[in-house]
Design a protein around this ligand. Structure first.
Ligand SMILES: NC(=O)c1ccc[n+]([C@@H]2O[C@H](COP(=O)([O-])OP(=O)(O)OC[C@H]3O[C@@H](n4cnc5c(N)ncnc54)[C@H](OP(=O)(O)O)[C@@H]3O)[C@@H](O)[C@H]2O)c1
Length: 261
């Protein structure tokens, strides 16, 4: 990378926090961090030698790439407030898996997406060596700079267009959000039955370890796959007073049965 891009980060949440640290650790200068909350922007900016601001009308025009890491629903609104910075030289990207790059259409000249595909929580260290970064921009002269930025912080980079990213995001909701919710339900059931959830943690570990080197469809076990009707009935009886869990049990059992019939 001959001329390192200068980054401006809009947002100070989960993604902005981890991304700004990864950029900083890899020698990429973050000029400025925006948050509506100046204290949040300042805390983050101090860690990476950037300038904090809580004023979208005072964003520096010296940036090369502007990364907008705000709530999906606020991306367009924030972009419109940054429209005064549009220009041939600057590239604007968001970090959302679910939002098409066209959210920027009519606002900026150069725009795209810089989507780190991982689940981020502010207090949990993110290892970018194992975080795929999906980049997209239609402007040919901007693809290289975006890819090079991604490669600087992660060895796993992919050119993923809007349609492919929509596919990945729906799949990600199933493999992460839904499976985590099912872990939560398991914990709830243990708590209600006065059993230690820790006993189930090795099972969770093995479940996720197996799919690292095997197809999930080949790793399925359990009563729904086997067609053990009596066991399924016992479970439904157990959940008879917890209809919010019973509904999910029935839906997933029917879906698994259909998959393996
Ligand atoms: N969390 C993940 O695991 C993950 C993974 C990949 C991609 N993403 C994507 O990354 C983006 C940010 O997600 P996140 O998890 O970092 O969210 P987050 O922790 O909730 O932080 C959201 C940020 O958006 C800002 N914001 C919200 N509404 C705003 C508005 N109207 N105007 C200006 N700023 C506003 C918040 O501002 P204040 O600081 O002023 O409160 C905050 O800094 C989203 O597009 C999300 O889909 C998230």
């Amino acid at each position: 990378m001959k001329n390192l891009p200068k980054i401006v980060l809009i947002g100070a949440g989960n993604v902005a926090t981890h991304l700004s640290q990864a950029l900083y650790e890899n020698g990429i200068q973050v000029l400025q961090i925006f948050s509506r909350n100046l204290q949040k922007a300042t805390e983050l900016a101090l860690q990476i030698n950037a300038q904090p601001t809580n004023d979208l009308s005072k964003i520096t025009d010296k940036g090369t790439i502007y990364i907008i890491a705000v709530h999906d629903d606020a991306i367009r609104e924030v972009a419109e407030q940054l429209a005064y910075l549009k220009g041939e030289k600057r590239l604007f990207v968001h970090t959302s898996g679910a939002t098409p790059s066209t959210v920027f259409k009519g606002v900026f000249k150069n725009y795209g997406v810089f989507y780190p595909l991982q689940t981020f929580s502010i207090d949990r260290k993110a290892n970018f060596q194992n975080i795929p970064i999906c980049t997209h921009t239609k402007k040919k002269n901007r693809i290289k700079i975006l890819e090079e930025l991604a490669q600087r912080i992660s060895p796993k980079t992919y050119k993923i267009n809007d349609q492919q990213r929509a596919t990945l995001h729906v799949a990600a909701v199933f493999v992460n959000n839904f499976s985590n919710h099912l872990f939560h339900i398991g914990e709830q059931i243990c708590e209600d039955g006065n059993v230690d959830f820790d006993i189930l943690r090795p099972l969770i570990q093995e479940t996720t370890a197996k799919v690292q080197s095997n197809r999930p469809i080949e790793m399925q076990t359990g009563p729904a796959k086997r067609g053990d009707v009596k066991t399924i009935q016992r479970h439904l009886d157990y959940l008879k007073d917890q209809s919010h869990f019973k509904d999910i049990y029935e839906l997933l059992t029917a879906n698994i049965s259909k998959t393996y019939q």
